[in-house]
Ligand binder design. Structure first.
Ligand code: GLY
Length: 367
């Protein structure tokens, strides 16, 4: 089992990574819990596939647990769902010494974390992510929240877990499309923070695409190490942490234009990374060759790299303006300055965004 520490003083915690870790999840939770009472918030599909294994390990550790199931995916991240979970927490007697665990993909982790952050003004929380995207990104760093009709993640809290338990064996039941979607965030870490890791991914492409367990283990661990370093240095996103938003300004616009159902989050980020690399070329930050390398690498992992022709460019440009990274009317965008290094830059205009989108849609038609 590998362990990565998120060094945040008395709120610090370990990310434990191992194949088959669910078998000892109960013991790991008992180690950090202040009482034996645990509420597990999970998704129906995840619970059907892996619930029995987690339940057995909670029983074995002598924990008194209850399971609270929500629908799969982003549709669970609503204030209405939070409200009904509060009612369930009250009904089963979750008190200040209890622990709430999120068990599933990024959406359930965000939702469970928000419930934990706000129930009784905050109770202990643990993340047990089962998708690659949640294992390498969403479960680490304490961002929790829900969506509003006006936008994604508009209501939330920073609430760090007491432990993150990653069983890479759970990826075996992840649909191939969701696995590839998670790889987009792994590629992102290489581009913005670690050129060596980026090259390693390119070399190990076949093993990673085939879900070779040792390659996946390295990818998950390195991603968690990189994210842990960023969160330690900038927990509240005053600067450095914003770099993790590379690919997300245009990525969110892709998600919005697709009505939040046509593309997976990672697919939208994949397109966003390619187009934001092209913005970096326009601003003279990287060469055309570097942007093309990024496009080819993203494509080699089976991810989309161009905006679908049918997506409405107007909706996309408008969506980038509404993005949380827009400060005082000027769009701040994370752009690569070389492979392994990125910066937040102000000079991107709506016209530039429109140009990369329409050029991308023309490319999409030609390929
Ligand atoms: N997913 C970006 C962050 O945690 O900051």
């Amino acid at each position: 089992m590998a362990s990565v520490r998120v060094a945040l003083g008395d709120r610090g915690y370990s990310i434990k990574i191992g194949r088959g870790l669910l078998h000892s999840a109960g013991r790991e939770l008992a180690r950090v819990a202040r009482s034996s009472r645990v509420a597990v918030i999970s998704q129906r599909r995840v619970w059907r596939l892996w619930g029995e294994r987690l339940a057995a390990s909670l029983d074995q550790a002598g924990l008194m647990w209850s399971a609270h199931l929500v629908p799969d995916g982003e549709s669970a991240k609503t204030l209405g769902r939070v409200r009904s979970l509060y009612a369930e927490m009250a009904a089963v007697g979750i008190d200040r010494s209890s622990l709430i665990a999120g068990f599933g993909g990024g959406a359930v982790g965000d939702l469970a974390g928000f419930v934990a952050a706000t129930w009784l003004r905050g109770v202990d929380f643990a993340q047990i992510p089962t998708t690659l995207l949640a294992q390498v990104d969403a479960s680490v760093g304490g961002k929790t929240g829900v969506n509003l009709p006006a936008g994604k993640n508009l209501v939330g809290a920073f609430w760090q877990p007491r432990v993150v338990l990653i069983d890479s064996g759970t990826l075996a039941t992840l649909p191939a499309r969701d696995y590839r979607s998670g790889l987009a965030e792994v590629i992102k870490y290489g581009i913005i923070l670690d050129a060596q890791f980026y090259d390693w991914m390119k070399n190990e492409r076949e093993a990673l695409v085939a879900q070779d367990s040792s390659a996946v283990g390295v990818a998950v661990r390195r991603s968690c190490e990189l994210k842990a370093d960023v969160v330690r240095a900038d927990e509240r996103e005053a600067g450095l942490r914003a770099l993790l938003n590379y690919g997300h300004t245009i990525g969110h616009a892709v998600e919005a234009a697709g009505g939040y159902c046509r593309t997976r989050h990672g697919e939208a980020v994949a397109i966003g990374m390619v187009l934001e690399a092209r913005l970096a070329v326009m601003l003279g930050l990287i060469s055309q060759a570097v942007a093309e390398d990024i496009r080819q690498t993203v494509a080699a992992f089976g991810l989309p790299v161009e905006v679908p022709r049918l997506f409405d460019a107007d909706v996309m440009v408008a969506a980038t303006g509404l993005d949380k990274k827009s400060k005082g009317g000027r769009l701040h965008c994370v752009l690569p300055v070389s492979i392994g290094r990125a910066e937040t830059r102000a000079g991107v205009t709506p016209e530039m965004i429109r140009r990369v989108i329409t050029e991308s849609q023309a490319n999409a038609g030609q390929r």
